[in-house]
Ligand binder design. Sequence first.
Ligand code: SF4
Length: 66
Amino acid sequence: MKITVDEDKCCGAGSCVLAAPKVFDQREEDGIVILLDAEPPAEQHAAVREAANVCPASVIELSEQA
Ligand code: SF4
């Protein structure tokens, strides 16, 4: 799995951080998403999919190959 995030669209809601705190963080100053791990291990995949689903701005894009 590969993750990409479009920081320009992020509204800083933080839902992704709640869903997958090992993969997403937020910048302290404005809450914009920080991608901690663009190719997370298998045990994180369910949490990452949940994060993508709950993101209100559809910022998180997943590609499932590899
Ligand atoms: S849930 Fe989406 S909009 Fe909210 S901080 Fe995460 S990436 Fe940004």
